[in-house]
Design a protein around this ligand. Structure first.
Ligand SMILES: [Zn+2]
Length: 113
């Protein structure tokens, strides 16, 4: 087993799901990328707007795949006030994608922000 190959063939499927979920929640809550990055920074992370964009897109600075760290996951989840686990899976509701706008409840699944 060649470690270098293992690295380049790293499976970031879950990181991509997390990235899409973060973008979806951020948009639903009306947060700009800069605002969300600032809120994550307040939790002690070196985390700027570019970091957030790359996390949402799943692409690192060199154009490769970007994995989300568990610490980033926990920090972003705490900003949104959700459990980290909620960011790890694809949304179940096709109406609101599990993220109704802040202050609203979904008529299909009953989820509330
Ligand atoms: Zn819903």
């Amino acid at each position: 087993m060649n470690n270098r190959n293992a690295r380049t063939e790293e499976d970031t499927t879950t990181s991509r799901i997390v990235g899409r979920n973060i973008k979806r929640l951020r948009t639903a809550r009306g947060l700009s990328g800069r605002r969300l990055a600032a809120l994550v920074q307040e939790r002690g992370f070196r985390f700027n707007h570019s970091s957030l964009s790359r996390m949402e897109l799943g692409i690192n600075a060199k154009g490769g795949q970007r994995a989300v760290t568990v610490d980033e996951l926990v920090a972003v989840a705490s900003v949104f006030g959700v459990e980290p686990q909620e960011l790890l899976t694809e949304p179940k509701c096709v109406a609101c994608f599990d993220a109704p706008p802040l202050g609203f409840a979904c008529r299909s699944c009953g989820a509330a922000a």
